[in-house]
Design a protein around this ligand. Structure first.
Ligand code: GUN
Length: 292
């Protein structure tokens, strides 16, 4: 079994991004600037956003954190988004999800200008991704593709089973793995909560991508020997062993599944760091497209 070390791979890519930033600095080009909008005080969202901003600093990007109260109205938030759209110093930005219930995520996402939508959530970018046109691929799927690529995992003709049909991960991942290029050229099955005979389907997977947000959902009896497992789950489970009072667990029961795998991502240290790095890559791309 080979561990797909997302932390190490992410650090490598971040080193490459830092070099590009240095080159941009010395040639007087615009330094990438990512802004993150955080509404309310969801602890997991706060952690993600802080981590995104910190990683920006690490690679030499400029970053801004826009913190807004949970009782902000939808139209006030749209005003913020419009301001970010027209701020020439901001190259890309994200609005961290989930948003409070009284705000329509769809309306907010649609207000983000596609050229600054480094999360790749705007319908224009999702459409471009589906048509294999240049645009922003959302960070988690983009990070997973790069992890597969850096480990040179063969994908052509393989059966890729994706569990979970979210707009952010499952659905785009199913499209990307079927693309006529590497990584891709898979036969893809997209499973979800209404799928019948799930273990039977997952047992036929050469590549299994678990993105359902249920701790330890994938068990050893659900996979075959030699499978490649990508665990997208970042579930907070309470723990007395850590200072924070919680531990991160994946969607895959790592202890029993890993023994059957050719490759598997750990949680933490697998997909998570790759997601943040992919966001930085999208931001660099946005800067190049807007300013070079
Ligand atoms: N919430 C969970 N994942 C993400 C992400 O990739 N981007 C944003 N904006 N919110 C999220």
């Amino acid at each position: 079994m080979i561990l797909l070390d997302g932390k190490k791979t992410a650090e490598q890519i971040q080193g490459e991004i830092a070099q590009v930033v240095q080159q941009r600095k010395s040639s007087g080009k615009k330094i990438p600037h990512l802004a993150a909008v955080l509404v309310g005080d969801n602890p997991a969202s706060k952690t993600y956003v802080t981590s995104k901003v910190k990683t920006c600093e690490k690679v030499g990007f400029n970053s801004s954190l826009v913190q807004l109260a949970s009782d902000i109205t939808q139209s006030e938030l749209i005003d913020q988004v419009i301001r970010l759209n027209s701020n020439p110093d901001i190259d890309g930005y994200i609005v961290q999800l989930p948003l409070p219930k009284h705000i329509s995520e769809r309306k907010i996402i649609e207000a983000i200008h596609p050229s600054k939508d480094v999360d790749g959530f705007h319908p224009v970018n999702v459409g471009k991704m589906a048509l294999n046109l240049p645009g922003f691929i959302s960070a988690t799927p983009f990070g997973i593709l790069q992890l597969i690529k850096r480990y040179k995992i063969p994908t052509e003709g393989k059966h890729c089973v994706v569990i979970g049909r979210s707009n952010i991960v499952g659905s785009p991942m199913s499209i990307l793995m079927a693309r006529n290029e590497y990584p891709g050229n898979c036969t893809v099955t997209l499973c979800h909560s209404r799928s019948k005979n799930l273990p039977e389907i997952t047992r036929s997977a050469d590549i299994l991508i678990a993105a359902i947000g249920k701790t330890d959902f994938v068990t050893a009896d659900m996979v075959k020997e030699g499978v490649v497992v990508i665990d997208v789950g970042i579930n907070r489970v309470s723990s007395t062993e850590t200072k924070s009072g919680y531990k991160l667990k994946g969607d895959v029961k790592f202890d029993e599944v890993s023994g059957k795998c050719a490759y598997i991502t750990p949680v933490p240290g697998g997909v998570g760091p790759m997601t943040i790095t992919a966001l930085l890559q999208n931001t660099l791309l946005a800067t190049e497209q807007l300013h070079d």
